[in-house]
Design a binder for this molecule. Structure first.
Ligand code: F3S
Length: 395
């Protein structure tokens, strides 16, 4: 299919708006051709993943330097986590060489006008689109949250295509930008009450059963933002879907599919078992996706007056930490010996070889902990994780 381009978009493609815009438009037109887009859409918001130097390497850094020569973003653009805490990298054990390269990556993004938010919860720190807006986000959990919970429209962008959208303000019209591709494909009846870390287990259980189909989930009565963010991360990781509907909770309309499955207690238990290796944690990691201020308040309360006996890192956005500082939550957490870590996460920081057994309440963190960092994992409730942080034992 030919992608129709406006005069302005043609000019972008010809290089009349600079080389970064030309290269970006080439990427978007190529994607549009592959996926049968008829035209380009204007986007209002971009989230760029692929920020850690650990994943980008020198080739990625060169690509960013090239774009940053004359590239400037045209819409609100925020960044996914980087490979380290930008301020406390030394104290947290990251090398000088790595920090130097990571800073170069961040400088290149900054030169393009991108906000160094370095978090996977852009929607909680100022990059919050509205229902129906077309956006271009990378980061699978945020994409799933944006499509499903907010009702904005985005495909699951890669780092380069999201950056291209930021530099042009455009994205090709295909996939989840179109009504017909946002309809539920299978009903999932949930036959138990879901709360806390059940949401992460539910995402795994459903994801493994339905793959990348869009589910219409029934039987769930309430869900907090934190639970929906955990579920978004889990279902996107284990199934690959970029969108879900929950009856009575999410805002998108959908037709009713005829295929059906049920998820009950046994499925949630088996998801929990799957994420648990026989090990006692030497690393407790909370905040995948990054913790909200509400979660930090809860963790601070649980850690107040206690001492942790193993490395305990609570991951959040720097903007959220600023609120935690004001309320004294950071002090409560850090007095226990745990660290409130910003700008990075368990999956994109180079942590391989530093720890053996990760305890977490995130199913997604287990996936990447095992895959990228070779950790054994323990998955459970926040209480179980805090208990493991204090005792060094998994109960
Ligand atoms: Fe966020 Fe990293 Fe988890 S990007 S969703 S904390 S793997």
């Amino acid at each position: 299919m030919i992608v129709f381009l406006t005069k302005e978009e043609e000019a972008m493609l010809k290089g009349e708006h600079g080389q970064a815009v030309r290269k970006s438009m080439e990427i978007l037109v190529a994607l549009g051709k592959i996926f049968g887009a008829d035209r380009m859409l204007d986007v209002t918001s971009v989230q760029v993943a692929g920020v850690s130097y650990h994943n980008l390497g020198d080739a990625g850094l060169d690509f960013l330097h090239e774009l940053s020569r004359d590239g400037k973003v045209r819409v609100l653009t925020t960044l996914n986590p980087a490979g380290m805490d930008i301020e406390r990298w030394k104290e947290l054990g990251f090398s000088e060489d790595f920090a130097k390269k990571q800073k170069q990556v961040l400088d290149a993004f900054s030169d393009m006008g991108i906000i160094q938010s370095c978090t996977c919860i852009p929607y909680l720190v100022g990059n919050l689109p509205t229902f129906g807006q077309h956006i271009a986000w990378s980061e699978s959990s945020a994409v799933c949250f944006a499509n499903s919970v907010i009702g904005a429209r985005t495909n699951r962008e890669g780092g380069p295509s999201a950056l291209a959208a930021a530099l042009t303000g455009k994205t090709p019209n295909f996939g989840l930008h179109l009504d017909e591709n946002r309809q539920a494909q299978i009903i999932v009846n949930v036959e138990m009450e879901i709360k806390g870390s059940d949401w992460a287990a539910l995402g795994l259980a459903i994801g493994k059963r339905i793959g990348n189909k869009i589910p219409l989930i029934r039987g769930v009565k309430t869900a907090s933002i934190e639970e929906l963010k955990s579920f978004s991360a889990s279902i996107a990781t284990y199934g690959g879907t970029a969108m879900f509907h929950i009856d009575g909770i999410t805002p998108n309309r959908t037709t009713t599919p005829s295929d059906k499955i049920s998820i009950g207690k046994a499925d949630i238990e088996s998801a929990r078992t799957e994420l648990n290796d026989a090990c006692d944690p030497d690393f407790v990691g909370i905040g995948c996706p990054h913790c909200s201020i509400q979660e930090i308040a809860e963790i601070a309360k649980k850690l107040r007056g206690k001492k942790v006996s193993v490395a305990t890192w609570i991951f959040t956005a720097r903007q959220t930490k600023a609120m935690a500082d004001m309320r004294g939550y950071t002090a409560d957490i850090e007095h226990s010996g745990a660290k409130l870590v910003c700008d990075t996460c368990m999956a994109v920081a180079p942590l391989k070889g530093r720890f053996n057994c990760l305890a977490t309440n995130s199913a997604k963190a287990c996936f990447y902990g095992r895959g990228s960092n070779n950790f054994k994992t323990r998955f459970g409730s926040l209480d179980q994780c805090i208990d493991a942080a204090v005792s060094g034992k998994w109960k």
